[in-house]
Design a protein around this ligand. Structure first.
Ligand SMILES: *Cc1c(COP(=O)(O)O)cnc(C)c1O
Length: 384
């Protein structure tokens, strides 16, 4: 059957009908009063989502563009940065930093393990000359399904005093609490096709007053991604360049939905989806790639021992039109990843786990009795 694709990848995520209908509207002029009204509303609601009074700027870019903007606006060539890396995205932020001539120091953890905040703390403590200008961290490492302990890492950065903390929250924002003001996060980047429940195309960067201080003397080249331009225009509820106006309509719709649901309910739902998925995978006798204590509420990576992960994905796609994500780089064929971020309900997990059971059986996997995964997921949902 056509046109029944179920997206269970960590982005693009499923899009609710309200947002799809908003995308189908006629575009409007981005210099019109009507558009400014929408811009004012979504900016307000973005601050709510980020739990901040800081500027939250909207870019026409994917998450990488938002993160690149976050890195390049506040630093100068040769500045020392500490990149914490335990997966594909951590590696990417080191690559971006190198591309701009920054002096990159890395703290690493094995893919599938959480970063050790104390290791980052030691590096920062050793920097008595305060040479480190920024610490760059991925909160939810999508390539492995690991949620890093941002609060603990941030405490070390605050103790250092000089360095800015720049965070990739692309798959944590809208899934788990990211209290930007309470923690004092300086640069917080995300992208529309993840927790925002709209298609790819918009990037978001929240910027602290401390980062704006650094902006004044930062010398890396910037033009399209010059955040000062976006800030100046945002004060007048407009953008420096033509934005994808229909994406703003869609964003207006989904931020409204999020406000109705409430932050605590959104976080509780993602936690429940994560717990149900993990319980099901365990009941199916399949190893989880990330440990319980560092599990991302957005994505669960599974490392099946008996079967090729790519074959599982292929059967799920062909038989059920369910898209799950594969492993990246050396993890290709070793893991598959179940996305449960954004517009995902308990029902979606039950459907995905049932289909997964059929796919595993078809591939000769005999590590479970039929129904065990669904029962385990259901038991998380009962009474919650
Ligand atoms: C999706 C994602 C990004 C952004 O990727 P784009 O393809 O540029 O949108 C960045 N970081 C993480 C952790 C992600 O999951």
């Amino acid at each position: 059957m056509d046109d029944k694709l179920m997206l269970m990848i960590p982005g693009p995520t499923p899009v609710p009908e309200q947002a799809l209908l908003a995308l189908a509207k006629h575009p409007m002029g981005h210099r019109s009063g009507e558009f400014s009204k929408i811009m004012a509303e979504v900016t307000q609601n973005l601050k709510w989502l980020h739990q901040t009074q800081n500027d939250v700027l909207i870019l026409t870019a994917s998450g990488t563009g938002a993160m690149e903007a976050g890195i390049i606006n506040f630093l100068s060539p040769g500045d020392r940065v500490l990149v914490a890396s335990n997966g594909k995205f951590g590696e990417r932020w080191a690559e971006v930093s190198l591309a701009y001539g920054l002096n990159v120091d890395e703290v690493k953890a094995e893919w599938g393990k959480a970063l050790d905040p104390d290791q980052i703390g030691e590096k920062l403590q050793a920097d008595t000359e305060k040479q480190i200008k920024a610490v760059i961290v991925t909160h939810s490492e999508t390539s492995t399904g690991v949620l890093n302990d941002l609060e603990a890492i941030n405490r070390h950065v605050k103790a250092h005093g000089e360095a800015l903390i720049m965070v990739d929250t692309v798959t944590s924002l809208g899934a788990v609490s990211v209290p930007v003001d309470e923690w004092g996060l300086d640069v917080v980047a995300s992208g529309s096709q993840k927790g925002y429940m709209i298609p790819p195309g918009l990037g978001f960067v929240a910027v602290s007053p401390k980062a704006w201080e650094a902006y004044k003397t930062a010398k890396l080249p910037r033009y399209y991604l010059d955040l000062g331009k976006y800030r100046k225009d945002a004060a007048k509820n407009t953008t420096p360049f033509t934005p994808p106006v229909n994406m703003f309509f869609a964003l207006q719709a989904t931020l409204g939905m999020m406000q109705k649901e409430g932050l605590d309910n959104i976080f509780a739902r993602h936690r429940r989806l994560m717990l149900a998925t993990r319980a099901a995978v365990k009941a199916l006798g399949l190893p989880l790639f990330a440990p319980d204590e560092a599990a991302s509420p957005a994505i669960t990576a599974v490392a099946p021992a008996q079967v090729d992960a790519e074959k599982v994905r292929s059967v799920l796609k062909k038989r059920f039109d369910i898209a799950m994500a594969g492993g990246q780089d050396h993890l290709k064929g070793k893991i598959f990843r179940i996305g449960h971020l954004g517009f995902v309900s308990d029902r979606d997990i039950l459907a995905a786990i049932s289909a997964l059971e059929v796919a595993l059986r078809e591939l000769g996997c005999d590590t479970f009795t039929p129904g065990a995964g669904v029962a385990a997921a259901a038991s998380v949902f009962v009474g919650s």
